[in-house]
Design a protein around this ligand. Structure first.
Ligand SMILES: NC(=O)c1ccc[n+]([C@@H]2O[C@H](COP(=O)([O-])OP(=O)(O)OC[C@H]3O[C@@H](n4cnc5c(N)ncnc54)[C@H](O)[C@@H]3O)[C@@H](O)[C@H]2O)c1
Length: 266
C-alpha cells in the first residue's frame, strides 16, 4: 500500500459492481484504499458495496459500506451524513461513478427512462448535496471531485442511447462549472471520460439492451471484444488516484479521455 491518499476520506457513489467481478467502481475503490484512503463505499446494491468493503479490508485497508440510491436526494443526504459519521466528519474526495444507459433515440425512449438516466448523474437533482460533501468547510482541507463521464459525452459511440449522450455531456460541463465556482475554496473538480471497457455493467446494459433493439447483438459483442478488457481498468483507476491526489493540485476543470486513444478516431 502506498500513501498518496493517506488520511483522506473518499466518498464514492457506485462503489460496488452490478454483477460478480470487478467493474470500474470497485476497482477504483480498491485503488483509493491502496493509496491509504479510507473509503465510504455507497451503492444501491448492499451486497455489492459490502463485497467492495470486504475486498478492501482483506488488503488491510479501511472502508465502510452505505446503502443509497443516488436518484433519491434524501438517500444521498443520508449517505453523506453516514460518511461523516464513519471517519470523523471529513470528506476529502468525492467520486461519482454511477451512470446508466438506456437504449433508444428520442423517438424510442420513454420520458420515464430518459429522466431515470438523467437522475443517475450528479448534475441532476442532487448535485448540491454531493458537492457540499467535498466542500465541507469543517475539514479545513481542499477537496477533490472526480466525476466519471464517458467518451459518449463528446463522440457518437455507435450506440443509440440519446439520454446517455445528453447526461454525460451535461456532467462534463457541470463539472467545469463546479471547478470554477469552487476554485477559491480549494475544491478541484475533474472528469474522467473512459472509452469502452469490458465490465460486467457493459455486458448487462449495452450488450443486453442493444440486443433487444436489433435482430442480433453481434455489433455490441464485437465492440466489446475489440475494446479494452478488465486488465486495462487499472490505467483508469491510476488516473482517478492522480486526480484525487495532491499531485494534481493545479489541475481542475479537465475532462480527460482515458481510453487508449479511442477519442482520436473520428
Ligand atoms: N464500462 C465502460 O465501458 C464505460 C465506458 C464509459 C463510461 N463508463 C462509465 O463508468 C461508470 C461505471 O461503469 P462500469 O461499467 O464500470 O460499472 P460498475 O461496475 O462501476 O458498476 C456501477 C455501480 O453503480 C451502482 N449503481 C447503479 N445505479 C445506482 C444508483 N441509482 N445508486 C447507487 N448506485 C448505483 C451499481 O449497483 C454498480 O455497483 C459509469 O458512470 C459508466 O457510465 C463505463
Amino acid at each position: 500500500m502506498a500513501d498518496r491518499l493517506k488520511q483522506r476520506v473518499a466518498l464514492m457513489f457506485g462503489a460496488g459492481c452490478c454483477a460478480p467481478g470487478i467493474g470500474n467502481g470497485r476497482a477504483t475503490a480498491l485503488a483509493y484504499a491502496r493509496e491509504g484512503a479510507r473509503v465510504v463505499a455507497v451503492d444501491n446494491n448492499r451486497d455489492a458495496a459490502e463485497e467492495t468493503v470486504r475486498m478492501i479490508r482483506a488488503e488491510g485497508g479501511q472502508a465502510v459500506a452505505v446503502l443509497a440510491d443516488v436518484t433519491e436526494a434524501a438517500q444521498v443526504n443520508a449517505a453523506v451524513t453516514a460518511a461523516r459519521a464513519a471517519f470523523g466528519g471529513r470528506i476529502d474526495i468525492l467520486h461519482n461513478n454511477v451512470g446508466i444507459t438506456s437504449m433508444g433515440g428520442p423517438l424510442e425512449e420513454s420520458i420515464e427512462s430518459w429522466e431515470h438516466v438523467m437522475r443517475s448523474e450528479p448534475h441532476w437533482r442532487v448535485p448540491h448535496l454531493q458537492v457540499s460533501a467535498a466542500g465541507d468547510g469543517r475539514t479545513g482541507r481542499a477537496g477533490a471531485i472526480v466525476n466519471i463521464s464517458s467518451l459518449a459525452a463528446i463522440r457518437y459511440t455507435g450506440y443509440p442511447y440519446s439520454s446517455y449522450y445528453a447526461s454525460k455531456a451535461g456532467l462534463n460541463h457541470f463539472t467545469i462549472g463546479l471547478a470554477l465556482q469552487y476554485a477559491r475554496q480549494g475544491i478541484r473538480a475533474n472528469v474522467i471520460m473512459p472509452g469502452l471497457m469490458n465490465t460486467p455493467l457493459i455486458h448487462q446494459q449495452i450488450s443486453g439492451q442493444y440486443a433487444s433493439t436489433r435482430s442480433d447483438d453481434a455489433g455490441a459483442r464485437r465492440s466489446l471484444s475489440d475494446g479494452q478488457d478488465g486488465r486495462t481498468l487499472g490505467h483508469r483507476h491510476g488516473c482517478a488516484v492522480f486526480l484525487a491526489s495532491d499531485e494534481a493540485k493545479f489541475i481542475t476543470g479537465v475532462c480527460l479521455p482515458v481510453d487508449g486513444g479511442q477519442h482520436c478516431r473520428s
